[in-house]
Design a protein around this ligand. Structure first.
Ligand code: NAD
Length: 317
């Protein structure tokens, strides 16, 4: 298959590029390098492209005639989305609309989309399955839910087929050590802890210790980035298998770990002690987010290979 990997210079996209290439696909990364890194694209072609640029997108669709598009590009800082919602609706929602238009105009009708647990808002029950009500509580989650809604209409009207994957917390690195997570600013727990372990930051902050959880700190579900990438390949193979329906899947490991538990596990695995600061809660953090990925298991054969959180952490050490 010829695959466009939009956002392939980012954390998850760069892992996807590697896996898709090793699976024998022709891979082309489209990225504007706003948060990604050119040197993270280790395989296939790289084309500088901002998805806001319709002419450039058309030129690239004509040049490569891809069978499918995997769309990872987005801004994804929840706090920033609250203070600058325009940036999120413009880059995420309008940008994706533009990308979808280029797909339809160029008769490419297979789409894999990176959505997020943030479309659900505060959970009404745990684990969160695909039927859970969607009430996003920040512009980031809303910008992604709008795309999910647009996709339903693009399927009915233009026959665009899609698989939406809603990730919970992507974590870990490729075992080779060739690829890493390099967000700036970094907001994800595990890379922040690892920066503290390496002495690049003085301490790790815990935001809130009075949540309704076992030890008062937030509980999250971590999924290894290569397990995510593998199920994306299963998703694209499903779409290419013929006359199929569009699908939506939640992706996690189905197990929750508190911030304190993760910190303790990193201390245990690395044998290093480091400073931990108990700070105020941040706005918009739900107590607990745990996915049910039963549908992806039953329908796509999703089978995580790095499913123990200790093993996810070990890929970072
Ligand atoms: N990391 C997570 O835990 C997580 C969880 C849920 C959902 N997601 C979603 O997964 C996707 C990838 O996340 P990530 O952590 O790899 O992010 P990332 O910031 O590392 O990667 C995003 C990539 O998209 C590119 N990009 C952004 N705007 C663009 C534009 N207008 N045109 C072209 N390229 C553009 C960036 O340069 C970057 O390379 C995002 O859509 C994010 O919302 C991530």
């Amino acid at each position: 298959m010829t695959l466009f990997i939009v956002g392939g210079a980012g954390y998850i996209g760069s892992h996807m590029v590697k896996l898709a290439h090793l699976a024998g696909h022709k891979v082309i990364t489209l990225d504007n390098l706003s948060t990604g890194h050119r040197d993270a694209v280790l395989y296939g072609a790289f084309e500088y492209c901002d998805i806001q640029d319709a002419n450039r997108l058309n030129e690239l669709f004509k040049k490569y005639t891809p069978d499918a598009v995997m769309h990872f590009s987005a801004y994804s800082l929840v706090g920033e989305s609250m203070s600058d919602p325009y940036k999120y609706y413009n880059n995420n929602t309008v940008g994706t609309l533009n990308l979808l238009k280029a797909m339809i105009d160029n008769d490419c009708k297979n789409f894999i989309f990176s959505s997020t647990a943030a479309v659900f808002g505060n959970p009404e029950y745990i684990p969160i399955d695909e039927k859970h009500p969607k009430n996003p509580i920040n512009p980031y989650g809303k910008s992604k839910l709008m795309i999910e809604q647009m996709l339903e209409d693009f399927d009915s009207a233009y026959g665009l087929k899609y698989v939406v994957f809603r990730y919970f917390n992507a974590a870990g690195h490729d075992e080779s050590g060739e690829l890493t997570e390099r967000h700036d600013p970094e907001t994800h727990l595990l890379p922040l802890i690892m920066q503290t372990v390496r002495g690049e930051r003085e301490a790790i902050s815990i935001y809130g210790n009075d949540y309704d959880t076992k030890d008062g700190t937030c509980v999250r579900d971590y999924i290894h980035v290569n397990d995510l990438s593998r199920v994306h390949l299963q998703g694209v193979e499903y779409l290419m298998s013929g006359d199929v329906d569009s699908k939506v899947y939640n992706l996690g490991n189905g197990e929750g770990f508190s911030v304190k538990e993760i910190i303790e596990k990193v201390k245990e695995i690395t044998g290093k002690d480091f400073k931990v600061i108990e700070d105020e809660r941040r706005a918009g953090d739900p107590d607990t987010l745990i996915a049910s990925s039963q549908r992806a298991k039953d329908e796509l054969g999703f089978k995580p290979e790095v499913d123990r959180v200790e093993d996810i952490i070990k890929t970072l050490v």
